[in-house]
Ligand binder design. Structure first.
Ligand code: ADP
Ligand code: ZN
Length: 726
């Protein structure tokens, strides 16, 4: 017997030795089933083991080897690297790759029957003994396979007669199992004639693909500049050379319109990978990817961890989007991990955006990423005019939120039969409910958060844990009646205000709780497309990718909203989001206008949006980060200590803080109660580590945190390169 080292999907950082049973041939990368404690868990052979010592009697024997192509060395290297970088157990990262254990088993064959080749039997001799042949032959003559029950019904013969036909080789069995998705996209199905700039960008990508080398590209261009068509060319090239492609998108950008465009270009839909697939879809896609039959996957961040048989290209569209960061289970940033995946496999990585992140832009400025720029919109529609509305001067009426200027613009747009969009990134009616008599604020009993009023459902809701309660009639604190008042606006309240000002306007709210199914969202988007809506009131769900030719006026209700809080990237994110929303206006022949309502008109974000000077914004942002010695000029990692016992949690955080390494080039902030001090009843303390870029942060933190015995009631999570600071 031989011994192999197997990484299992158990959430630990250990590779175990196993005995290989007689007759099982194994090599590195093979998928196996391994006994672990009382369970059997899937795993992958990580390495063969030199067998110098006799095997320990304790070693267990592997249970099964799955009949699948082995996992590539690149993928195994990637898993090791992701685990180390993000300080996560290797097994948990492997679990993300083998996320569909049912996919390991060969699917049960689904048998159908077709006519055998004429030559394999002698009909005349057979016919005399079996009168059913004629019927079966007639039914099956179209060449399509039938299942046993179907053939029996259609031909009017019993199943035992069918078995006789089978035994005599009149008919033969075939496997009907569902084909891998996107197995044969046609790279030349509908080629577009590219503009010269598109062509040169596409050529750069295709060259890199042909040379089989790693390179990261930033594909930069405003929405509508034709970036998607450029990376479609690269995908076509990958298909030509027999390689698989992956396009990562933020989950909400995975829309029907994207899939449709893909189909128009390649003649078939891509394989999809996102949170609402059915188990059967997951299974067939996972196998398609592992076996290499599936050629193009379009998915949310978790699609990066599928074990591709022959990955040739990775695209991260909307690379600046915070949705690429996962903040549960294994914490990771899929955009950054995608670059590493490309490095491991020596393939091009394309980051695409109209508002690139500062990190990515800095990499371009420092010469690490190759810059590809597409000028202007494809077809040359004008950029919208952006007007900053100073709310201190242009005051809305009391308890109202739309300034006279914006109201006037909406009114004009209505008259002209054009569509308008009001953007407010806040669901519900009001973010705070307050008692006028005693000042009591309605808070979540489990989180440090206010309850948001949702008038539509008559409820107060916590947006952090989902807690819900009916809107009370009396103040729960002073029991005064009719004293509770709503403070501040959410989209529902803006809709109310609009209906009051424009009673005839057709208004639609687009927010994740209103259009909460794929179907409802699709319907809502269609109604806008068909001109059935005059004014759309939406949260960030509306910011992405949608294209409404008749939408010419955009109002940002509260441009200051994203700027509050101590987030490192608050200004950057605000700029990106508002820029994207502004980009919804005037996408075709009609000129667009954007109104930014703010109490801080001199703020850089407002100025740069008005001047539409993204690069100057990024330069200024970069200079500021450099002065503050913040990423990308240093590295950060957060340590989050949480537990239901407030004192125990605080004490452990204190201990961890006291044990912090005193090393040059490292600064530790905290522990301090997190901004969101309680979530779902758990108290949270945070520490932030700031390190020079040349320091091996993971090693240092591993040694530091590894020294503590963590009580089971407390959780310590490490967030490398944190995006969230709450
Ligand atoms: P982006 O990805 O930069 O937002 P798209 O690739 O979606 O831009 O292009 C915007 C629109 O212009 C799409 O409808 C697309 O089909 C069209 N388009 C882009 N490039 C071409 C081209 N070379 N020929 C014809 N139409 C194009
Ligand atoms: Zn809550």
């Amino acid at each position: 017997m031989r011994i192999v080292q197997v990484l299992t999907t158990a959430p630990v950082n250990k590779i175990y030795d196993y005995l290989v049973p007689e007759g099982m041939e194994l090599e590195a990368g093979d998928y196996v089933l391994a006994p672990l404690g009382p369970r059997a868990v899937p795993g992958v052979v990580w390495a063969a083991k030199d067998q110098t010592d006799p095997p320990s009697a304790k070693l267990k024997v592997l249970l099964e080897k799955y009949d699948l192509p082995s996992m590539s060395g690149e993928m195994r290297g990637f898993i090791d690297w992701v685990a180390k970088y993000n300080m996560a157990p290797c097994g948990s990262v492997l679990k993300m790759a083998v996320s569909v254990p049912q996919g390991l088993e060969a699917p049960k064959p689904l048998t159908g029957y077709v006519l055998a080749e004429e030559t394999s039997f002698s009909p005349s001799a057979f016919l005399s003994r079996n009168p059913h042949l004629v019927g079966a032959k007639k039914i099956l003559s179209d060449g399509l396979p039938r299942r046993l029950s179907e053939l029996s019904r259609e031909a009017g013969i019993s199943s035992s007669s069918i078995k006789t036909l089978l035994k005599n080789q009149v008919i033969v069995a075939v496997d009907l199992f569902a084909k891998a998705p996107c197995a044969s996209p046609d790279p030349d199905f509908q080629k577009l004639k590219l503009s010269p700039e598109q062509k040169s960008a596409a050529l750069a990508l295709m060259d890199c693909l042909k040379q089989k080398k790693f390179e990261t590209f930033l594909l930069d261009g405003v929405t509508g500049a034709g970036k998607t068509e450029v990376y479609f060319e690269a995908i076509a090239e990958a298909i030509h050379s027999g390689k698989q492609s992956l396009v990562l998108l933020p989950e909400i950008a995975l829309s029907n319109s994207f899939i449709l465009r893909f189909k128009q270009r390649f003649g078939t839909t891509p394989a999809l990978w996102h949170s609402s697939l059915t188990p059967a879809q997951r299974r067939v896609t996972w196998r398609g990817v592992v076996t290499g039959q599936t050629r193009v996957v379009v998915g949310a961040r978790s699609a990066l961890f599928l074990p591709y048989a022959a990955l040739g290209l990775v695209v991260v569209d909307e690379e600046h989007d915070p949705a690429f960061k996962q903040e549960e289970g294994v914490f990771y940033n899929a955009r950054d991990m995608a670059v590493m995946r490309g490095f491991q496999s020596k393939i091009p990585v394309v980051l695409s955006s109209a508002t690139p992140s500062l990190e990515t832009m800095q990499n371009v400025w420092d010469g690490r990423y190759t810059y590809l720029q597409l000028p202007d919109r494809f077809g040359g529609a004008d950029k919208p005019d952006v007007k900053v509305v100073d709310l201190r001067v242009d005051k809305p009426e009391r308890q109202h939120f739309i300034s006279p200027v914006l109201k006037e613009a909406l009114s004009k747009n209505l008259e002209q039969g054009q569509q308008s969009l009001l953007f407010l990134n806040r669901r519900g009616f009001a973010p705070l409910t307050l008692c006028r008599s005693c000042g009591h604020r309605m808070e979540c009993p489990r989180c440090s958060a206010w309850l948001v009023e949702h008038k539509r459902t008559g409820k107060l809701q916590c947006h952090h844990c989902g807690f819900e309660t009916r809107i009370p009639e009396k103040c729960p604190s002073c029991h005064d009646t009719a004293s509770l008042v709503a403070c501040g606006p959410g989209v529902e309240r803006i809709a109310e205000e609009i209906k009051e000002s424009f009673p005839d306007a057709r208004v639609l709210i687009l927010a994740s709780d209103v259009t909460d199914t794929h179907e409802k969202l699709t319907k809502a988007l269609e109604s806008i497309q068909n001109g059935e809506i005059d004014i759309i009131i939406g949260t960030q769900i509306i910011a992405k990718g949608h294209h409404f030719p008749n939408l010419t006026c955009v109002g940002i209700v509260d441009a200051d909203l994203g700027l509050s809080g101590g987030d490192l990237r608050a200004t950057e994110r605000s700029f990106q989001l508002l820029h994207q929303v502004a980009g919804r206006a005037g996408r075709e022949a009609l000129k667009g206008r954007v109104y930014l309502q703010t109490y801080n008109p001199e703020q850089r974000v407002m100025q740069m949006l008005a001047e539409d000077d993204r690069d100057q914004f990024l330069r200024a942002e970069s200079a500021e980060r450099q002065r503050a010695h913040m990423p990308p000029f240093s590295r950060l990692a957060a340590v989050i200590v949480s537990g239901a016992n407030e004192r125990q949690t605080a004490e452990l955080a204190e201990q961890i803080g006291r044990g912090a390494p005193m090393v040059e080039g490292i600064r530790i902030l905290g522990p301090a109660p997190a901004q969101m001090y309680r979530i779902r009843g758990k108290y949270r303390q945070r520490l932030l580590v700031q390190a020079e870029k040349n320091i091996n942060l993971q090693k240092l933190m591993g040694e530091w945190l590894g020294a503590f015995k963590i009580p089971s009631a407390v959780r310590v999570q490490v967030d490398v390169d944190p995006q969230s600071f709450v």
